[in-house]
Ligand binder design. Structure first.
Ligand SMILES: C[S@@+](CC[C@H](N)C(=O)[O-])C[C@H]1O[C@@H](n2cnc3c(N)ncnc32)[C@H](O)[C@@H]1O
Length: 233
């Protein structure tokens, strides 16, 4: 009997925002898997650390951060092969995913490689979008309003057009794109309606009007724009 692969959302950062199911699965896992950045740290592992039983074997999938997709694809191929070996040995593997696994989550690359051959269960998690809105005290959408989610790395022209046409806007992956995003939002006259959120729910969280945001943003940052005056009234 093959083991089961669990893709487990562990929330946006504060371990308290993990679901009971996620905590239970992590604590009873035969093997824990998670992505690591090239410099070797894993945000996902740090969120889940208290629930990982000492001695549990771990598969760290080293994912290069490059625009070229090929190196990351090769890393997911290797990670999927390591996970498949554990599943073939009848072990249950719990793959940690920051936020929700199917919302810009790297787990989907493992899901694509393994779900036709093995039983895979996806456990949803609190997304960074809902966490940032909660910490900023900004409802996201009301009634028939539409929410537009945009990645900051999109080209300037596309961002400008999509933000101009949108109602409520969330911009993810701000990081090194902050200066470009600030300029576009200012050009559209939306700076006063924009909130910057960095490392939401973590002890060093920042929630600021975009006008007061620092000059540089980390990867774990987001901008929320609400255009309606008070759409939720
Ligand atoms: C690859 S996506 C992962 C999204 C994640 N799967 C989720 O459900 O929220 C990474 C982006 O999520 C956002 N993000 C994740 N955690 C965050 C946090 N604690 N505070 C602010 N933004 C966060 C940032 O925009 C970051 O660039």
């Amino acid at each position: 009997m093959s083991g089961i692969l669990y893709g487990v959302g562990i929330g946006p950062g504060d371990p308290d925002l993990m679901t009971l199911r996620a905590a239970r699965l992590i604590a009873s896992a035969d093997v824990i898997a998670y992505p690591v950045l090239e410099r070797g740290d894993s945000f996902a592992r740090s969120i889940a650390a208290a629930h990982i039983q000492p001695g549990t074997p771990e598969i760290a999938i080293s994912v290069p951060m490059s625009v070229d997709r090929a190196p990351a694809q090769a890393a997911y191929d290797t990670g999927a092969a390591d996970i498949a070996a554990a599943l073939d040995a009848g072990q249950n593997v719990v793959c940690l995913c920051e936020g929700d696994p199917f919302f810009y989550g790297s787990f989907m690359y493992l899901f694509a490689r393994l779900s036709t051959r093995y039983k895979v269960e996806v456990v949803p998690g609190v997304t960074s979008v809902t966490a940032c809105a909660a910490r900023a005290g900004r409802p996201l959408v009301a009634r028939n309003e539409r929410l537009t989610v945009l990645p900051g790395p999109l080209p300037e022209d596309e961002l400008r057009a999509r933000i101009a046409a949108a109602e409520s806007v969330v911009i993810m992956k701000v990081g090194r794109h902050l200066a470009k995003l600030r300029m576009i939002i200012a050009d559209l006259g939306l700076t006063a309606q924009a909130t910057y959120v960095e490392r939401a729910t973590l002890p060093d969280e920042k929630v600021l009007p975009l006008a007061d945001a620092p000059a540089e943003a980390p990867y774990f940052s987001m901008i929320l724009i609400t255009k309606g005056a008070d759409p939720w009234l």
